[in-house]
Design a binder for this molecule. Structure first.
Ligand code: AMP
Ligand code: ZN
Length: 458
């Protein structure tokens, strides 16, 4: 029996599907303006484990994860770089797919684009106006927050906190400071679509409400994403969808992963303390990144370091070492070990599941004869599969090398050291630490002394 922690109730609950023959799950996907960092990969890997688990227990699962390809960050990026908007979104979505494949995350069943769901968004906005929950003003359409009885049910914030937290612009056309945008006007050089309120583009929140409805219906089972999405994004998705659907819930279970942190700060673009999946894949196999991401419980913060990544790689070396050269039995396919499945059914306890894999690997190492080894080997492989691990041939694993030319050249290292020095002089220690950590992730160790900074390839 699956139990999951539901953000709505702040409790672990037994999972009761709407239709046990068909589970619906929606997870907010990436905004495609830049490479995904490892923090962005955390929800992808966590919900991939849940998706695999659901697929083992229910005959059909529809997993929807969108691509946010309309957003002001993309517009800003295009303006700054001169690269056309569509070229950025296409290129970045492709990079995201490649990176998530490298982490062995299964593709979702449906991956809608915001740009492909505009008519459904316009429909929902019109319904919200009709029902008195939204109003048009100055080329914008705004959701009127005081019209929503349950507003704040997910984030449990007071009205003052809601307004402060939303950091919403106090624009003159707003009836209430908490009101948020459903539709806004686009300048001629910005992407835009015709609408009854003029040429414009949707706000972020309505995008997910419309895509979820289109592919999963009015109420579905599970909605997921990172902790930072609870407010305002998910609160606003709930407000829009419930008001458009006469109060019907949007999702019955809301699940949120904790942050991936670096020295206890959230990994983020704005703090500049991030590592992209792309740069990490040049220095460690995707499977090691995946194991590192699953080594903590999904609801807890998880601190990332190059050492943690190296440890995950060493663990996989050990597991693949146990598998190496062990004969396969004929009837090799075994079910998932019960203890391991129970760990995952208990709100995705991946650390406990990993502990079971450790035990199996040790058991396999202790087994003396092929007859003893074969069933343990099969159990270990089945156990790895549920976490999306241990699916490669051990020989392939051991042949892995850092990407050709992945390491920076001497001149690149010197340039980075100069940039780090400049950042330190400007007292921008977050940036100087980021540069040091980024070099460390690429195997370059900096050593500071009174005479300056020297470096070595570690
Ligand atoms: P974004 O593209 O910023 O909307 O983020 C995509 C997904 O990554 C969302 O589910 C975020 O909650 C999640 N996310 C962003 N940063 C982190 C982080 N440092 N740790 C865990 N999840 C994160
Ligand atoms: Zn969303």
């Amino acid at each position: 029996m699956l139990h999951i922690h539901n953000t709505l109730s702040r409790q672990k609950e037994e999972f009761r599907p709407i239709d046990p023959t068909h589970i619906g799950m929606y997870v907010c996907g990436p905004t495609v303006y830049d490479f995904a960092h490892l923090g962005n990969a955390r929800p992808v890997v966590v919900f991939d484990v849940l998706y695999r688990l659901l697929k083992r227990h229910y005959p059909r699962v529809t997993y929807v994860r969108n691509i946010t390809d309309i957003d002001d960050k993309i517009i800003a990026k295009s303006k700054e770089s001169g690269e056309p908007f569509l070229s950025i979104t296409k290129r970045t979505a492709q990079a995201f797919h490649d990176d998530m494949d490298a982490l062995n995350a299964l593709p979702p069943d449906i991956e809608p684009l915001c740009s492909g769901t505009i008519p459904q968004m316009l429909d929902m906005i019109a319904t919200l106006i009709e029902k008195g929950h939204a109003y048009a003003a100055d080329g914008h359409v705004l959701f009127h927050v005081p019209s929503m009885k349950y507003y704040g049910e997910l984030s449990r914030r007071s009205r003052d906190e809601l307004i402060a937290g939303a950091r919403v612009e106090v624009a003159p056309y707003k009836k209430d400071p908490a009101d948020f945008v459903l539709w806004k006007p686009s300048a001629p050089d910005q992407p835009g679509w015709d609408s009854p309120w003029g040429r414009g583009r949707p706000g972020w929140h309505i995008e997910c409400s419309a895509m979820a409805k289109m592919h999963l219906g009015i109420t579905f089972d599970i909605h997921g994403g990172g902790l930072d999405l609870i407010f305002p994004h998910h609160e606003n998705e709930i407000a829009q969808s419930r008001c458009a659907h006469d109060g019907a819930p949007l999702a019955n279970y809301w699940m949120h992963n904790g942050f991936l942190t670096v020295n206890n700060d959230k990994m983020s673009k704005s703090l500049k303390n991030f590592f992209t999946v792309r740069e990490l894949l040049a220095v460690a196999p995707g499977e090691a990144l995946r194991l590192a991401l699953l080594s903590g419980h999904y609801r807890q913060p998880l601190d990332f370091s190059v050492e943690a990544l190296q440890k995950a790689k060493a663990t996989l070396d050990k597991w693949y070492g146990a598998l190496r050269g062990k004969a396969a039995a004929h009837a090799e396919k075994l079910g998932v070990p019960v203890a391991l499945e129970d760990a995952l059914l208990d709100d995705l306890n991946t650390p406990l599941a990993i502990a079971h894999i450790h035990e199996l690997a040790n058991e396999l190492n202790r087994a003396a004869t092929p007859a003893e080894q074969a069933p343990i080997r099969a159990r270990l492989l089945a156990a790895g599969e549920v976490l999306g691990l241990l699916q490669q041939d051990p020989e392939t694993w051991f042949r892995w090398q850092p990407a050709e030319g992945a390491g920076p050249t001497d001149a690149e290292i010197e340039t980075q050291i100069a940039a780090r020095l400049a950042a330190r002089k400007a007292k921008n220690y977050a940036e100087s630490d980021r540069i040091r950590d980024a070099l460390a992730a690429q195997g370059v160790i900096l050593e500071d002394s009174a005479g300056g900074t020297t470096w070595r390839r570690g």
